[in-house]
Design a protein around this ligand. Sequence first.
Ligand SMILES: [Zn+2]
Length: 199
Amino acid sequence: MVFLTIDDGWEQDPGFLAQVRDRRISIAAFVTRDAVEARGATDPTAQGGRFLGAGKWGYIRDLRGAGATIENHTLTHPNLPTLGYERQKAEICGTSKLIRRHTGSAPTLFRPPFGNHNTLTRKAAKACGIDALLLWTATVQPGGKIAYQVPDKKLRPGDVLLLHFRPGLSRDFRILVNKIKRRGFEIGNLDAYLKAATR
Ligand SMILES: [Zn+2]
């Protein structure tokens, strides 16, 4: 089993939403306020890509309705270890409140931007009601290509794959899901798995 996660929220691709819903694919979305609301001029992850329907929480709500879990990835995507405790806490608690307001459900997982965190991050996340910090073991590139962090370039059971809400996501996601299944893996429900593991 491997797990799929998707970060930030700049691009709101209806084809991706339809696949999650119609193929019942488990995925955890780690959303950043400034990406979902398209604050600032450009999507730093898209190399000049355009926004597709960005600026709305309705898409994130629909994604949750399609079975995705909506998790915490800060308000402004800062490099957290450069911030003190109170500012880290404001980033994490503020995002949890916002997600609960827009989706009806508070997140239980937190992914620090760039994967960077320190002991204050863990303390702040706990104070904001977060159960676990979740990083990743491989990233998914344009074209559905998997960039492994291990030399033998194979999927392993328990791998956590990181995608981004980017232009072309719908096509890349279809290629990725088919590749995972072809290699004999199932896509696990991260939320249920972690709840069972930490109970
Ligand atoms: Zn991010």
